[in-house]
Design a protein around this ligand. Structure first.
Ligand code: FES
Length: 322
């Protein structure tokens, strides 16, 4: 007998094909790609796709639980009527509207598995991924009175970012007082403050030139809210990295070697005549000099990361740096 005409032959239960899981998977992929390319926009769009398709998928998957069973084809309904019900089936399904036990167990197993999976993975993923993105606050570093710094003179400044972390947060920057500059018709003090973190792999960059003792200039030592701040006068012809020979000009532009961009810079503010360092930012390049420089400024990136051009899309999301 043709199995298709056999009323006792039942096709195995298969879930109806649906686009929801596919859309859900596409949403996850968009979220992951967004983390690399554009965490704000692309990841948000990916999350929206994931949520919408996930909700539709869950709605379909739970339709029977909620009493919206998919319509049964007329032939299949006829075949079930023609076949005498076994004692077990009679007990399990007293009427057409009864919910099959196997369906309940299937849904309960998947649901329970999902809950256990979530309980196990969410905290682990949270503990592993979130800390670098949380509790990162920018520090203000008081470098002392700005009038201590001679106009046009470079200094190698060493300071502590967070006194609570003592020497582990000691940093170095190259500081030049550019004098006053015209900002919107007002004369404002201008400083160039360059980080000494190499844009290749992060080694400490050094000034290529004689320092204070050779020049007969005074080293300035200040005690501020951030502890001891030291300014060593220097006359740099540029900045150089001892690790792999990366070279930069006095505005921090890369001139040779493996670094992929210019040196990072510090934002700053003047508060009651005191020079206050703010967060660092990355720089692709600088055109011009000192107060007149046009700085191509970007969010702080890690060493070795391009911040402009097509290469910038190749780097994954970085935790915030300060
Ligand atoms: S770390 Fe500076 S050149 Fe490699």
């Amino acid at each position: 007998m043709d199995p298709g005409n056999d009323p006792l032959h039942e096709e195995p239960h298969l879930p109806s094909p649906t686009l929801w899981p596919l859309g859900f998977a596409v949403g996850i992929v968009v979220v992951l790609v967004g983390l690399i390319v554009d965490p704000l926009w692309i990841s948000t769009i990916g999350a929206a796709i994931t949520i919408v398709f996930g909700a539709l998928w869950a709605r379909d998957a739970t339709a029977e639980l909620r009493g919206h069973a998919a319509p049964v084809e007329p032939e299949r309904r006829a075949a079930s009527r023609a076949r005498p019900a076994s004692a077990g089936e009679s007990a399990a399904a007293a009427s057409d509207g009864a919910f099959p036990r196997s369906k309940f167990l299937e849904a309960a197993t998947i649901g329970l598995g999902g809950v256990i999976g979530g309980i196990l993975t969410v905290p682990v993923a949270g503990f592993a991924l979130l800390p670098p993105f949380l509790g990162q606050k920018g520090h203000k570093v008081d470098l002392g009175p700005m009038t201590d710094l001679t106009e046009g003179q470079w200094y190698v400044a060493t300071f502590t970012v967070d006194p609570a972390e003592a020497e582990t947060s000691r940093r170095t920057a190259f500081v030049r007082n550019n004098g006053l500059t015209n900002v919107g018709g007002k004369q404002e003090p201008s400083f160039t403050i360059i980080s000494n973190r190499c844009a290749h792999l992060g080694c400490p960059v050094q000034a290529n030139g004689p320092t204070g003792a050779i020049l007969g200039l005074k080293t300035i030592v200040e005690t501020t809210a951030n502890g001891k701040v030291k300014f060593d006068p220097v006359v740099p012809a540029g900045f150089g990295c001892p690790c792999h020979g990366g070279q930069y000009d006095t505005e921090g532009n890369r001139t040779a070697g493996p670094p992929v961009r210019g040196l990072d810079r510090y934002d700053y503010e003047i508060d009651n005549g005191r020079l206050i360092l703010l967060s660092t930012y990355s720089v692709a390049k600088v055109q011009g000099i000192g107060a007149q420089a046009e700085i191509h400024k970007y969010k702080l990136a890690g060493p070795g990361e391009h911040v402009d051009g097509i290469e910038q899309v190749l780097y994954p999301l970085q935790p915030p740096h300060h």
